[in-house]
Design a binder for this molecule. Sequence first.
Ligand code: NCD
Length: 301
Amino acid sequence: MDLLSIDSLSDDQIATILDEGDRWVESNRSGAATHAPLGGRIVFNLFYENSTRTLMSFSVAAHRLGAEVVTLPVEHSSARKGETLDDTARTLNAMRPDALVIRHFENGAPARMAPIMDCAVINAGDGTNEHPTQALLDALTIRRHLGRVAGLKVAICGDIKHSRVARSNAKLLSRLGAEVRLAGPPMLLPDDLHGSGDVDRAIEGADVVMMLRIQRERLENDLGDAPGEYLSRYGLTAERLERAAPSAVVMHPGPMNRGVEIDSAVADDPERSLIPLQVETGVAVRMACLRLLVGSPSRPV
Ligand code: NCD
């Protein structure tokens, strides 16, 4: 089984990942040694794009389960010598890993490798397409903090057009019963998703406000905004957050552009910001995903 998109998961599998992820958060906090359910397994990390959270999170998750992690330094790999992705897949497959975690700048790259690989392929973000484990960790973060996802109003704001996080979350959070509102500057709204140019309206009464980075590396033309302009028009300031529900929480997948899409005072507000919790649940959810895909599910946590 592969984890390529939210649609590749059944409702039961989503529930299993979130419930098991919840248990791993507790177990990781307690510092208790795990019984190494993935002992002897090998997980490959293949990241064609920069990453801090996702790369480290998958590595820590695999280590906590007792698996060995091998990370290919892509900058120094044969990709630089012109090797095709298919040939890289065939090469890595012959080494018989138990899972391949891949991040790639092209939409569909993980789905292209999957039929070549005999092991589980996990999409750790492909182009502007999907980032399923990010959405799963976001759902678990919301559920842990607010007790549920169903019935909540979730505003996802910023560069929706280039965001695989927005795409996976729009699918997953809606499936779990949330009302998802997408909003951002009109030039950063995609054709394939319904979004609004009015961030203030999207935030009105929201229980969760999730901010997204402007992905300048994927922009054809720069936005041409003056310093501070984006924040005042579309970013999350304490003032704008007042429009949300009184107990609203703030999320951001990272990396943050402080002072652009989010003001530091909001990002660092210990009462409102779930950003550190997102990182913590990230490890736990990826442990649950690895166990579902690689482990023997009959062994309980
Ligand atoms: C995101 C990504 O890479 O899609 N980051 C992440 O995985 N935590 C969002 C981004 O790059 O802005």
